[in-house]
Ligand binder design. Structure first.
Ligand SMILES: *Cc1c(COP(=O)(O)O)cnc(C)c1O
Length: 388
């Protein structure tokens, strides 16, 4: 079959490719230690599962409104008000099949051929591909280890052209784990307002922060910034709900109406009873998030100390999410080569930074148990030593 041009420019997800290879090795009985997956290793908290089970028993098994269950839209709007100081009503919320789907809906609704979307690198793998699928042009702005992998207001300003439509901001970040300070967010907001851009703020790791790092949603920087902000988030990472597929988009009414129409002709509503789990996640006490966060914080300490004790690896301290992103460039090989050899010789799976637009780096997810982290880091040290 002659496939559409739009799919030919899109690359398959490399995070999934490494994971597939690691899983195949595991099936052969090989003792693989995997740092490749971007999902919490915890089970979904009990009260959330019970809420979905109850919804199932109560017959919440039929088609619902395309934009989401009214109660969930309300609860999300309340959360954005309370946690983030963002004034949205339920009508400003679209419930989507995960944060990925909310970004995809946004790109389809907002981007036309010729439109440019500014994406700082390292970036989450799907941003540039989604922009291309929508017919737009990703404009990648590289950032450096020295700048903490953050885009500066000056860099943003310089990347803007008359065709710029949207700026993609992700804090806390996947893959670097960095978190923009409130002052840095305000400075970016100033540029957005001044140059009259739109920003989509991907806040999926908002609740996973360490060492007192603060989160300011860019829409809360000023009323003018609010008018140019779209929020994308979801339940996957904070509540260990990756397989549930519940996320949301928040923004101006015309955009939410347009994305609801797109969703109405594509996926329709998100799985009805899954949405009741999401309602419980936001409505009930947040102790479960705190417990997972405490575990992640300890693992972060252990993996960071181990990596920084290995000569040749340079890793800034991540302040959010559950990834470390060491620079491997002193070792004289690219990230694909590094990850291939690491998996083949030491049976340790990590994701090449090139997938995130940073070939000098490799991503290790620490959403795995401490014992595996310790054993995996010993193997990583042996591997790096064998190169020298
Ligand atoms: C995981 C992730 C998402 C969305 O995940 P869903 O499972 O679709 O909710 C969005 N952005 C980033 C940066 C992520 O890491």
């Amino acid at each position: 079959m002659k496939l559409a041009a739009r799919v030919q420019q899109v690359t398959p997800s490399m995070t999934l490719a490494i994971d597939t290879k690691a899983k195949a090795m595991k099936r052969e009985g090989i003792d693989v230690i995997s740092f490749s997956v971007g999902e919490p290793d915890f089970d979904t908290p009990t009260h959330i599962r019970v809420a979905a089970e109850t919804a199932l028993e109560q017959g919440k098994t039929r088609y619902g409104a395309a934009a989401g269950e009214p109660r969930l839209r309300e609860v999300i709007a309340q959360k954005l008000q309370q946690d983030n100081g963002l004034c949205y009503g339920a009508e400003n919320i679209l419930v989507t099949n995960g944060g990925k789907h909310s970004l995809f809906n946004l790109m389809l609704a907002a981007i036309e051929p010729g439109d440019e979307v500014i994406i700082p690198a390292p970036y989450w793998v799907s941003y540039p591909e989604m922009v291309k699928l929508a017919g737009g042009t990703p404009v990648i702005v590289p950032t450096t280890l020295e700048s903490g992998y953050k885009i500066s207001p000056e860099q943003l300003r310089q990347a803007v052209t008359p065709r710029t439509k949207l700026f993609v901001l992700n804090s806390p970040s996947n893959p670097t784990g960095m978190v923009y300070t409130p002052a840095e967010i305000r400075a970016l907001a100033t540029v957005i307002v001044e140059l009259d851009l739109w920003v989509v703020s991907d806040e999926i790791y908002e609740k996973l922060r360490y060492g007192g790092a603060e989160h300011l949603s860019i829409g809360a920087a000023s009323p003018e910034a609010y008018d140019r902000t779209i929020i994308s988030s979801g339940f996957a990472k904070s509540y260990a709900m990756t397989g549930w597929r519940v996320g949301f988009l928040a923004g101006p009414l015309d955009l939410i109406k347009a994305t609801t129409t797109i969703q109405g002709h594509s996926t329709s509503n998100v799985c009805t009873f899954a949405q009741y789990g999401a309602i419980a996640a936001y409505e009930q006490p947040q102790d479960c998030v705190q417990e997972m966060l405490t575990a992640f914080a300890e693992r972060r300490q252990v993996i960071l100390e181990a990596i920084n004790a290995i000569p040749g690896l340079v890793c800034p301290q991540p302040e959010g999410a559950f990834y470390v992103f060491p620079d491997i460039s002193q070792l004289g090989m690219g990230s694909i080569d590094f990850c291939d050899k690491l998996l083949d010789t030491q049976q340790v799976a990590a994701v090449p930074g090139i997938a995130f637009g940073a070939d000098r780096c490799v991503r290790f997810s620490y959403a795995t148990d401490l014992e595996s982290i310790r054993r995996g880091m010993d193997r990583l040290a042996l591997f790096v030593k064998s190169l020298g």
